[in-house]
Design a binder for this molecule. Structure first.
Ligand SMILES: Nc1ncnc2c1ncn2[C@@H]1O[C@H](COP(=O)(O)OP(=O)(O)O)[C@@H](O)[C@H]1O
Ligand SMILES: [Mg+2]
Length: 203
């Protein structure tokens, strides 16, 4: 028998997997985003699973810390996926929007576009950085729609950083993705404010 203060064998087993998954995720975080930072309360709430909205849309001007917050929030989100309802380590996929749109092109070499669409429809968390930075084509917008429609109907979360609001994304993503993203991120749009941290670092 185990006392209530002592973890059960199952809890210890889950904690081991959690620590391994967090370490593996941390190893993927780019160097400048490795440092732990204080997250804005709604971002911390999302990372802890305490937000009503399963997706997170981080917006605000250049240099306020959107990408840094997103990496650190995702690290905490991974940690939080190992509660009592644990069902295996979560798969997180990270893409800069420019790289994603390139990879979805019909002439992309490194990964068959079809396989990539299927993969990104299913991953547990899809993290797309700087969504408004990509240059769309009608082909990539179609693929993006396939990804987001499937995620939308299955309530799979997305984490987006972007310097415009979801409502202003139609030019990049197409209107159908804009509409789904607006719905997926309702209650999960967080505006980060402040000075450009890159400038203050250089000053
Ligand atoms: N809360 C923070 N504390 C300290 N440095 C931060 C914080 N948030 C961001 N930074 C740093 O500021 C710079 C810009 O952050 P970044 O997340 O790239 O901005 P954005 O994605 O909004 O353009 C980076 O060097 C980042 O490490
Ligand atoms: Mg950024």
């Amino acid at each position: 028998m185990h006392s209530s203060s002592e973890p059960s064998p199952r809890q210890s087993w889950i904690a081991e997997r959690r620590d391994a998954a967090v370490a593996a995720f941390t190893a993927k975080i780019p160097g400048i985003y490795q440092a732990g930072i204080e997250l804005e309360p709604p971002v911390a709430a999302w990372a802890a699973g305490d937000s009503d909205c399963p997706s997170l849309f981080l917006t605000g001007p250049i240099g306020v810390g959107k990408t840094h917050s997103a990496w650190q929030a995702t690290r905490q989100w991974v940690h939080g996926q190992f509660g009592d309802s644990y069902r295996g380590s979560p798969v997180v996929e990270f893409y800069r929007s420019t790289a994603l749109f390139d990879a979805l092109r019909p002439d992309a070499h490194d990964y068959s576009g079809r396989a990539l669409v299927k993969h990104l429809q299913k991953v547990d968390l899809l993290f797309i950085d700087d969504l408004a930075a990509a240059r769309p084509s009608s082909w990539t917008q179609e693929r993006l729609f396939e990804i987001f429609d499937e995620r939308y109907i299955n309530r799979r979360p997305a984490l987006i950083t972007c310097d415009v609001l979801p409502s202003a994304l139609a030019e990049v993503t197409g209107d159908r993705v804009r509409s789904r993203l607006a719905e997926m991120c309702r209650g999960g749009v967080v505006l980060l404010q402040g000075a450009d941290r890159r400038r203050s670092a250089a000053a």
